[in-house]
Design a protein around this ligand. Sequence first.
Ligand code: PNW
Length: 446
Amino acid sequence: MPKKNFIWGSATASYQIEGAVNEDGRSPSIWDAYCSIPGRTAAGENGDIACDSYHRYEEDIKLLKELGVDSYRFSIAWPRILPNGSGEVNQAGIDYYNKLIDTLLANGITPFVTLYHWDLPLELQLCANGWLDRSIVDTFVNYAKVCFDAFGDRVRHWITFNEAWCISVLGYGTGSHAPGHRSRREAYLVGHHLLLAHAKTVKLFRDNNCEGIIGITNNTEWKEPMTGKPEDIEAADRAVTFDFGWFTDPVVYGDYPQVMKDMLGDLLPEFSADEKALLKGSADFIGLNHYSTKCVSATPVEGHLPLCGNIFDDARVYSWCDPKWEKTQMNWNLLPWGLRKLLNWIAKRYNNIPIYITENGCACSGIEDDDQRCRYVTEYINAALEARDTDNVNLAGYFYWSLLDNLEWAYGYSKTFGLVGCSPDDLTRRPKKSFYVYKDIISKNR
Ligand code: PNW
């Protein structure tokens, strides 16, 4: 059954597509710096050019129009708006996003804006210790205010953070993302500051009577219990809670999940009573980024994946993947039923809160032939629509990640998620087969 207000879209992020890193007053971000350290990204690749969307955004919008989406999810580069993190506003940065937003609207496409998709102004890392220092909370709120003031007359859909889990765990726990720290304690402190920054930003949004809705995008795999044993069922629930509940319980209920408090002890900072009140109910919707599924068990099973010896082990579960499962280019399992189960888990735990799938997609290598991606989008969207229509999950939209092949962070340009081919050597946009498959899904489901 087609649903009237359901939003079909596609997503990108500033550093992954814009390029033009030294233009019009943009300052370096932590990702520019991270990419410049030998060995941190594949082949030392960086976002200097990326998809050159800073100059070619009109081509991107033409593609979105052709695809037939209702909405485009993109992120704002903080270093373009406030090159020092705070202080003087860079008008050229505001101008760029004004042009992008106005051209989208002129084409009937709704902007869905992420305030932070990982490109922290480097200045804040070097001079204020980045997300580790509590001062970042107000620094972020100030940045958000500049964006609400500049774009809030036209933007009605806001996301504070993309994947606080990745920012904390990959940026500060394992070091595979910028700024490359390796400390469990730091990861939980960073997560704490992200949540407080989210809550204070939403308070500002609501106090100022900004129009529209604001939420946060969190990510998780689905974890399927290895057996029907109660301890494995509990282990799977615990694993999703550690990834997703960590950042969703606080914005819905005002505090961290009890199981995390019990298991992490003083590694997990505490919220004051005022902070809990501020956090509770601070998301109009939850954005979900979901790509894949694994099995988990409470005790080791034969062939389980090795423990990592870092923050990844904190939920104390063992993961297992069936060698027979189909893998994508990221070595992620293609298991669409996991999405349906996850949507039901979220709906149940959070009292049927509105959910947007803000990312879901498949890395596969072909440009001419991307049959695997065609299957992935078809099957994952079917699973999502079953959750919506059969299970009555309050699913409000779906955004395919990504519109374009782009800088896949530490993997450089070697992993390709795009519906449209694009490489920094040849910036020509080439729609793939999956582009037309997704286009067809959208038109049939209106
Ligand atoms: C997301 N993990 O990153 C990001 O939001 C995108 O910018 C990125 O391009 C996309 O997914 C594909 O990777 C993730 O380790 C990175 O589970 C890592 C994980 C999940 C999401």
